[in-house]
Design a protein around this ligand. Structure first.
Ligand SMILES: [Zn+2]
Length: 377
């Protein structure tokens, strides 16, 4: 056999057209390019072929994380609820040294890559993660996240901005209207917003709930309380042609979904199941967005290690009762659209090989609770 060729076979291959059984992939080890795809009949009679039990998948998209918070693993106990979580995150961040933070970000970046993630929509509040992202094989898109009800961080973010970053806002409850409108005028492009993570976000507009109580205690004067809900504020302040990435959406009602879908041209609904469970013990499958999932652009995110145990996307989806086709589409083709990936990284002839294997699947390719993912190339 030509020594520069590597042959990899598996029980299944995930493609944009579905799941194909018994596929062998040939890769030129010098260029890294896939030179051939074929079907195998009897794996024992395939010479010089590495066999991996499971399904071969291309690089996944993590549609929402905060790499900057990698050092905060376990710093906030599970189950405290969103208002307390949001009020604590600033102070626990200040307890971490820049050296520890950098080390944890490098570890997280590596673990994401090794667990099959190739694209990440990442949130930044400062420049501390930029060097990690730049040196990574993962392709990142950075959203510079504007927030602040007393002192806005817009000026400090503007100093960091370059062509690879997009100015965005934290949410519909943590930024003044005047600042949100300023951002809309400064730049076009996608927006990534935390949206409907708890009932408290809408309650602010009724001057009720835990977030509102915290705002009163801190003497935050909000200039957006004339709206009636986060959905109304979203529709009235964001132009309809902005690509919209809505994160969490665990407490968004059917009516809100209707209004958002009929107003905006392109919306992605990013679910972070394990973060919801960690922060507020909420099960995403009890949400209206999950009920409506088959007509929405669904993606998945890990949020951050402050509210999750790992940054492994397979762990994120294993407890969801859904077909592998639906779950893998959310992690690949819908995610690629969200990230505007130009050269789609499918495992096909002519593409650079980036292949991970999910093992622990049954004969119909359903993920079992023992399913694991690892990158093989
Ligand atoms: Zn987040």
């Amino acid at each position: 056999m030509d020594g520069t060729l590597k042959k990899i076979a598996s029980n299944f291959l995930y493609t944009p057209d579905g799941i194909i059984p018994r596929v062998k992939v040939t890769i030129d080890t010098i260029s890294g390019v896939i030179t051939d795809l074929s079907r195998w009949e009897n794996i024992d009679s395939e010479p010089f072929t590495e066999f991996y039990s499971g399904i071969m998948v291309p690089s996944f998209v993590n549609a929402h994380t905060h790499l900057e918070l990698a050092a905060l693993k376990g710093k906030i106990a599970p189950g405290v609820g969103n208002a307390l979580f949001a009020s604590k995150i600033g102070s626990v961040r200040r307890e971490v040294s820049p050296e520890d933070s950098l080390h944890c970000m490098q570890q997280q970046n590596l673990q994401m890559w090794e667990s099959g993630t190739g694209y990440v929509a990442d949130i930044s509040n400062d420049a501390s993660s930029f060097c990690v992202k730049k040196a990574s094989p993962i392709k990142y898109h950075t959203f510079l996240e504007c927030f602040g009800l007393k002192n806005s961080n817009i000026e400090s973010l503007l100093a960091l901005r370059d062509d690879s970053h997009t100015l965005s806002a934290h949410s519909m409850y943590a930024i003044q209207d005047s600042d949100l409108r300023k951002i809309m005028l400064m730049q076009e492009g996608p927006l990534s917003l935390h949206f409907g993570e708890s009932k408290d976000e809408d309650a602010i507009f009724r001057r009720e709930g835990n977030l509102y109580k915290w705002y009163q205690k801190e003497n935050f004067n909000c200039d957006f309380l004339h709206y009636h809900s986060i959905t109304e504020r979203l529709i009235k302040t964001i132009p309809k042609d902005r690509k919209l990435i809505l994160v969490h959406c665990s407490h968004i009602g059917k009516n809100d979904i209707e209004q958002i879908m009929s107003h905006f041209d392109e919306v992605y609904w990013v679910l972070c199941p394990r973060s919801n469970r960690y922060i507020s013990n909420f099960d995403i499958t009890k949400s209206d967005v999950w009920n409506e999932r088959h007509r929405l652009n669904i993606c998945f995110g890990t949020d951050s290690l402050a509210s999750n145990h790992t940054e492994n996307l397979l762990d994120e989806i294993l407890e969801l009762q859904e077909s592998p086709q639906f779950l893998l589409k959310a992690l690949t083709s819908t995610g690629y659209k969200l990230m505007s990936v130009e050269k789609l990284p499918w495992i096909e002839r002519g593409n650079i090989a980036h292949i991970s294997i999910i093992s622990g699947i049954d004969s119909n390719c359903n993920f079992t609770q023992k399913a694991k993912i690892r990158r093989i190339i």
